[in-house]
Design a protein. Structure first.
Lengths: 663, 663
């Protein structure tokens, strides 16, 4: 790759050797002073609270000395921190930080806004809502207030919380129709010609109500509100709203709700077998039950298998089990693979024709920012052939089709602190239809004391009371400022973030080519495989000493290699040549045929892969893999004549030699 | 208060006029450079990735220009930020930031550790666990590994998430006995002489099992594990563990679990009527149901009424309803009041004698740090009389007794980003018995591939995989560093944080005295009341124009006054004399007798306080109050001859005049 291609990266980061240190320091100092003098402008007539002589007092000096002592200790200990910023780090999903984001984060920290509501964050709640819009637009959602539906989004402490939020949002809407119907019973107002089936509300079956789409339930709620406005008075409206609240699953609790509506079964959620463990945690935490998380098999690309999805959905719906959500993963944690979102959308279309509905959520914690490559500046979706001309393999037909269908999803998780290259903690939850927030708030919709009893607060104003509509409460406004500024400087399209994403994909293609070349070259010593062809910018490797057939032995061999690449706070980081990560395939996340294929390719006896190993010397309950996150933009940069990817493979070569001696 | 008393505050903060700006700037620059040169020490042989000439390239300059433009815009907009740092801000629960914490936060941000596990945060996961220990020790928990139980704690994004975590933790343990019993059915191993009743596991009733204490269930789990170790082989153990997992409420989901165990009712949670709205949100999100959140009445001090608690517990237990938790609030959000924790502990003791148990959680998001005043350096609990000698009113007998009983609770929420004066987002969850984490993890307890199948990982090592045991996933290591350094410099006892807390209490006492004095002086113009005597450092005021009997009119009057103290991003902050906050009492959080008392004191017609106002001119569904958080350490500092509290009262005087003219 010609050097000029790298030029765009030069100003983005502090850099592996802190090359841009002057820029960072200047900006930090400038904005720190800017803050300082802002303080001076607030009631300057008050003078100083801290006398100018205070610094000379022994207790002042003592406090300062203790502060310095602790900060020196921290700074010294941080010398053992993981050098994420460097191309020699190819482990977890983190790298250097984009300068605009890191400066924005630091400068806003001094103001310490709390984005729970705009009363505590006059400026940054606005930024957070704009970040929601920026991301929503990248995903292809409509974001103008006049649009229906109009998207919204906000930051979370991370993808895990955003995933919980998806389940919470869906749950709030899914069973709302049931509550409406139960509440309407006993009210004088006639609810005729309601909803998509254009019939009396009381005539809907419960099964029909839980199979309305999110938009349909939102519309039904509005329709009923409108009917009450016309036919009832404010008190009716209030009483009705209260009755509905009383019937909701969130009021009753899951247990009482399903005891009451015994003809309904508790819902299930379908995720690919490759899904992140936060989905299991979410099912447990939200009281939905881990057993109701159904794992859809993955194919040879570690992508959700649409045929198995259909089978499992059919089974659920035929048994009258409500399906709360199907989750598609855009960039799996272990392999970066892309589920066929377009196929899930097609399956949903077919389901809807049969009167079956489910929420579609995309867990794009990792891969969300890759969307920027697919987006033109004008918002249009890029043509596959044009994109292909910039890469060796990317995007495959399936990957291109998957990204084109993202806009059909109901909500999306994306982590700015991953491929957005901003400081922790910054996850995000984006929803296609912002009216969903009316299902989440604790507050009553009407405030009677303000004189205008019938006037609802406009959505844009409402959302500023952010804490009402999200899982968390107090939250950092500095995170919002950091992400917002980053997106402004690096737009979420192919001219901005897309360029950086392209770089990571290019590195992965290079790495993968190298893997196949090395596999061939090393085949007498080891069998080296890439169990799943990379879709994006992560690659995992399995390495088996030639002739070995035992999984446990292969795992020991892999661990011996990995030992040199492991983070170890007790030794100077400087001793590390490269730092990597590992992962394991288990029977849970890789089904029979895929496991067989992978083991066969490695020459491992299938029988040594067991749920419960009896002979720990030969058998194992997992397949150990080396995992490589290729997001550092300098990985193809050359030191003398070798780039970092090549250096890594040379290093691996040595490690294999070392490990073979000990076999 | 003599000036010398203030001297200890001088070095703590940047200061209202940024008096300590040189210190902050020097430290930030020093540690920024320290980071920069650390980068230079990692593989210096690699040279530079960014050529020294890069900065001269047009695209470099263009990026830099755009970065600056956006940062200038942000910094300019932040000039409308809320000036939390200043004693003229007495609104929400935030003030200036402690310098050690803000510097630690900024410096660690450059390293960007991710505390999800020590693989991504070699240094700061350790700091986070130590913060847990620091806070646990302040609360009086045992924290040495050799202790049983031994406490642990970790940071969350805020108190809201910590509160969810309490419910999740309790739920995991409460119904574990049921799962054990169900799984044991069909295993050969005899489970005799089990648990506190020393009988066969199968002979426990379900009601007995859900009424084991947290420690008892933990002990039962161990006992069974031990029995299997002695009588079964590894495979038995594995099969049994799997069977237990299959029976757990977290696996089945709340609905299926209670359908299966139909003789059990879904559990309830008891909170004081004053509790934060995150408890409602938590009940909804966790699938427990808002209707199962039982509000215990509060007394004339806005404290949980132990008699009503007893009544409501009796009712629940007599109806065989499991009680998941009772929550005591240590510092309510609106009034800073302290629930009688000692009384709750006494009630629990009585309940236990009747075979009834519940988890006791303390929501000390606000008041947790006040505990530092009660703690001697050697860890002992301070005598009330000694403390009283330092204050006018604090601590009352009840408050002192409440703090002395905190150590009896099972878990505690506390927010370092509130009275810990560190940047957002930093909440914390502290648990008395760390063995609870074994009930939370997704992972199996045994890993067979590592050769030592029967050896459990030591707890201290396990906890480093933090993401396994908490609600969140990726999280900021910088937050942990910030809180840790702050606690090191300002120990969590009366010599450290206690001094700062004492200052806030002193300010509140001064404010309250002033309130009564003004009430008397202004009585011809307005009726001014303090509806609840302050326990700590928050005060609310109600103000009614003399002669008015309508609640709606009083609320309008209060809002007119508040309009001048409101945050408004569209006007320069400089126009604000003081910035406050407000709150409302509703029928939900203030019961009949208390509401009557408050309205009577104000001369308001009780009948104008209604759930659903029919005449919005006279009636209202809430009582509007001005709310004052008195945490700024400079509030008693004098400008010329008036301190900020006095200036505030003078300002209020003017505002009342203005509002009276418009009545």
């Amino acid at each position: 790759m010609p050097a000029s291609d790298d030029a765009f990266i030069h100003p983005l980061f502090l850099g592996p050797a802190a090359e841009n240190h002057e820029i960072l320091e200047k900006l930090v100092v400038e904005f720190l002073r800017d803050h300082v003098y802002w303080r001076r402008n607030f009631h300057p007539e008050d003078g100083q609270r801290i006398p100018t002589t205070a610094v000379n007092q022994p207790e002042f000096q003592d406090f300062l000395a203790r502060t310095k002592k602790e900060l020196y200790k921290l700074s010294a200990d941080l010398k053992s921190a993981v050098p994420f910023f460097h191309p020699r780090y190819i482990g977890h999903m983190t790298a250097d930080l984009l300068l605009p984001g890191v400066v924005a984060r630091i400068l806003t920290t001094l103001y310490n806004p709390n984005n729970v509501s705009d009363e505590a964050a006059a400026v940054t709640v606005d930024r957070e809502l704009r970040v929601g819009t920026q991301l929503a637009r990248m995903f292809g959602y409509a974001t103008e207030s006049k649009n229906e539906p109009c998207a919204w989004g906000h930051l979370t402490s991370g993808g895990t919380v955003a995933n919980y939020e998806a389940l919470w949002n869906f749950n709030s809407v899914k069973f709302y129709g049931i509550a409406l119907q139960a509440a309407a019973h006993g009210f004088d107002v006639e609810f005729e010609n309601m909803g998509p089936l254009d019939k009396r509300l009381s005539e809907y079956t419960k099964w029909e109500l839980v199979n309305l789409s999110l938009d349909q339930t939102i519309a039904l709620r509005r329709q009923i509100s409108e009917r009450l406005r016309v036919h009832g008075d404010a008190e009716d409206h209030f009483r009705f709203a209260k009755a509905v609240r009383g019937e909701r699953i969130e009021t009753r609790g899951n247990a009482a709700f399903f005891l009451e509506h015994s003809e309904l079964k508790p819902p299930v959620v379908l995720v690919p077998a490759s899904a992140h463990y936060s989905w299991e945690k979410g099912m447990k935490v939200l009281g939905l039950g881990r057993a109701n998380l159904i794992r859809v098999e993955v194919d040879g690309h570690m992508r959700l298998d649409p045929i198995d999805l259909r089978t499992k959905l059919d089974a659920a719906f035929s048994n009258r089990v409500p399906v709360l959500a199907v989750v598609g993963v855009l960039g799996t944690t272990e392999f970066g693979n892309i589920d066929p979102i377009h196929e899930i959308v097609a399956v949903r279309k077919d389901c809807r024709e049969r009167g079956w509905d489910f929420g579609l959520h995309i867990d794009a914690a990792w891969g969300g920012y890759l969307m920027s490559m697919f987006r033109e500046t004008d918002g249009s979706f890029r043509d596959r052939d044009e994109m292909r001309s910039e890469h060796r393999y990317f995007p495959s037909d399936e990957v291109h089709a998957a990204f084109s269908a993202v806009r059909e999803a109901d909500s999306i998780t994306v982590d700015p602190h991953k491929l957005g290259y901003v400081p922790y903690a910054a996850g995000a939850f984006i929803a296609r239809n912002r009216e969903i927030v009316d299902f989440l708030t604790q507050k009553a919709a009407y405030v009677f004391d303000l004189g205008d009893a019938q006037k609802e607060t406009p959505m844009d104003t409402k959302l500023r009371g952010l804490g009402q509509y999200i899982l968390e409460g107090s939250k950092s406004g500095a995170a919002a400022a950091s992400v917002y500024v980053t997106h402004k400087v690096m737009p979420l399209d192919q001219t901005g973030f897309g360029q950086l994403m392209k770089k990571t994909i290019g590195t992965c293609e290079f790495f993968w080519d190298e893997a196949r070349e090395r596999a061939e070259r090393w085949k007498d010593r080891v069998t080296l495989t890439v169990p799943f062809e990379p879709d994006t910018n992560l690659v995992c490797l399995a390495i088996n000493p030639a002739g070995n057939t035992s999984l446990a032995a292969m795992n020991r061999f892999g661990r011996a290699i990995f030992a040199s690449m492991k983070v170890d706070a007790n030794r100077p980081v400087q001793v590390k040549t490269f730092i990597g990560s590992y992962t394991s395939l288990t029977k849970d996340n890789v089904g029979g045929p895929q496991a067989d294929r992978i083991l066969d390719d490695l020459g491992i006896d299938r029988a040594t892969f067991r749920t419960l190993p009896k002979d720990p010397e030969r058998e194992a309950d997992h397949i150990f893999l080396l995992r490589h996150t290729l997001m550092n933009p300098w990985l193809q940069s050359k030191v003398e004549d070798r780039n970092y990817v090549e250096m890594y493979w040379d290093f691996l070569d040595e490690l294999i030699d070392g490990a073979l001696e000990d076999v």
